[in-house]
Design a protein around this ligand. Structure first.
Ligand SMILES: [Zn+2]
Length: 260
């Protein structure tokens, strides 16, 4: 195979020539490829950083940690609904699926609590409580799990914006939440002044999941800027990179070796 760079003329990347083995890249595909490479590069950089920092000393025995990815809501429960009809459950799922794919790429074991737009239940009839019980029982059945619940925020007025991480009781949950909040701010939202906070006791998942657990509100569906970003495929991918980076920083000392 031979590569040829022609700097003598402008090329319309939308045209493709297949004759005599000459290929001109389609501009959109080229941009997609560049974006993917940037994201993978960023992911590997975060993994490398995670190796250097290893912020949390994880005394977890020999089993590798398992990232339990929980896209909030689903099915009959759309969660918060933006003014344009965007459902929180759809945004949560899109980010979760990207995170799962990226985790697999980096050799990180992960489990999703749902993979499509359907409700979950531990009983025959659906209820919000039954859905939460299902997710909790799944999380508590996994050895050495780390629970990451993905949600979007909503407020009656449009002003509040920015991501915020809530954490379950326990030092590992707190450190994971703080690493995640720090990365969200430094990589995606430099003007965000929110801090990671303990989850209220009324939050069922963080109160009942027995492994380290955090819940991330990635942004406000009631804020136009946040909504516009959260709907974008590229921003969702960036969020997935940051979520995985924070996980690896805290729990990925052994798995991080893949990207060196
Ligand atoms: Zn939610």
């Amino acid at each position: 195979m031979r590569g040829l760079f022609d700097f003598t003329r402008k090329i319309d990347y939308n045209r493709e020539h297949g004759s005599r083995g000459v290929v001109v890249l389609n501009r959109e595909k080229l941009l997609d490829g560049v974006l993917l490479l940037m994201l993978l590069g960023a992911a590997c950089l975060l993994v490398y950083t995670a190796m250097q920092l290893s912020a949390v000393s994880s005394e977890k025995g020999s089993a590798a940690p398992v990232l339990i990815i929980d896209p909030g809501h689903g099915g009959i429960d759309g969660g918060a609904i933006a003014f344009d009809g965007t459902k929180e459950s759809d945004i949560n799922l899109a980010i979760a699926l990207k995170l799962s794919e990226l985790a697999g790429f980096c050799g990180v074991q992960s489990v999703l609590t749902r993979t499509d737009d359907s409700a979950r239940t531990s009983y025959e009839a659906y209820s919000e409580h039954a859905d939460l019980v299902y997710r909790t029982e799944l999380a508590n059945s996994i050895q050495n799990g780390v629970f990451l619940s993905i949600h979007q925020n909503f407020y009656p007025t449009s002003q509040p914006s920015g991501a915020q991480v809530l954490y379950a009781p326990g030092e590992q949950s707190r450190q994971f939440a703080e690493a995640l909040q720090t990365l969200l701010v430094s990589q995606l939202q430099p003007s965000n002044r929110r801090l990671a906070e303990p989850a209220p006791k009324s939050l069922y998942l963080t109160a009942h999941v027995s492994c380290p657990a955090v819940l991330v509100e990635c942004g406000f569906l009631s804020n136009l800027t946040d909504l516009d970003q959260l709907r974008q495929d590229t921003f969702q991918s960036s969020l997935a990179v940051v979520l995985l980076g924070a996980y690896l920083r805290c729990f990925g000392q052994t798995r991080a070796l893949l990207c060196t």
